[in-house]
Write a protein that binds this ligand. Structure first.
Ligand code: IPE
Ligand code: IPE
Ligand code: MG
Length: 256
């Protein structure tokens, strides 16, 4: 294989859309005998690192789980400090992200955020809307079940208004009503922190996503750890219901 053929086959195995459950900030802080918000602040550095790596590698979309709809159940002081961290980080990083061609969007229910945070989110989305190098989606007060229920509600309202026939609702149409429907579905999910679960992240969108679980706590998830997740992804055989034989270059079978 020539060098260029090799690099183009590597490129073909690069995910187009990476989703990340950034878990382990609290434990990272506790290991250092520091309060949990110290770990969340350290997590912001790891966020910068993975954004930089995606831009450098040409990965087109990155969706980060920053706050789940269930995370409101945490101690009030931790929730307050997280909201404050979102606001400050967004203020500080928005211009540089925009200059680097990043399009920022937020997915999740915004109704519980402060007016200040809601406005900033809106402004940043507007400011970066024409950027296309990296689609960076931040899931904040997001839940996969919320996303599905919202889509159902939108479609029901469209039927009620007479804009859509109930019979037209199928998998394609339903998928279009969900968050991130304009992007390819995540092909790689990384969860740090050692837990093997989805925690109500992108439920519908991850039907065929490859799952990579890392024991690294999120603040420790560096470029090498990301490279190893990508290497793991490159080795996966994505069959989408077919057989291995059908996927082989000369693997034509009847109907395949
Ligand atoms: C993930 O880290 C960040 C958020 C959920 C906001 P955690 O805060 O869940 O960290 P652990 O899992 O307690 O270590
Ligand atoms: C998932 O982490 C949500 C985020 C990373 C934002 P959690 O720490 O909330 O998940 P569970 O509670 O361990 O499932
Ligand atoms: Mg956690």
């Amino acid at each position: 294989m020539t060098a260029s053929a090799e690099s183009s086959s590597e490129l073909a195995r690069l995910p187009q859309h990476v989703a990340v459950v950034m878990d382990g900030n609290g434990r990272w802080a506790e290991q250092r005998r520091r309060p949990r918000p110290f770990g969340h602040r350290a997590g912001v550095k790891a966020v910068r690192g993975i954004i930089r790596a995606c831009v450098a590698k040409g990965i087109g979309a990155l969706t980060l789980f920053a706050f789940s709809s269930e995370n409101w159940s945490r101690p009030r002081s931790e929730v307050r400090s997280l909201m404050d961290l979102f606001l400050r980080s967004l203020r500080r990083e928005a211009s540089q992200l925009s200059d680097n061609g990043v399009r920022l969007r937020f997915i999740g229910d915004r109704s519980r955020f402060s007016a200040e945070l809601t406005k900033l989110m809106h402004d940043v989305e507007l400011q970066t809307q024409h950027n296309a190098r990296l689609h960076l989606n931040i899931a904040i007060n997001y839940g996969g079940r919320w996303d599905i229920a919202e889509a159902a509600r939108k479609l029901a309202l469209a039927v009620q208004r007479g804009e859509l026939a109930a019979e037209e609702i199928d998998v394609e149409c339903f998928g279009q009503a969900l968050s991130l429907s304009d992007l390819p579905e995540p092909d790689l999910l990384i969860r740090t922190g050692g837990e093997h679960r989805i925690s109500n992240f992108l439920l519908w969108q991850m039907a065929y996503t490859e799952l990579h679980f890392s024991t690294a706590l999120w603040p420790d998830f560096d470029e090498a750890a990301f490279a190893s997740a990508l290497a793991d992804f490159a080795l996966r055989e994505r069959r989408f219901g077919k057989t291995s034989k059908q996927l082989a270059p000369d693997g034509k079978t009847e109907g395949g």
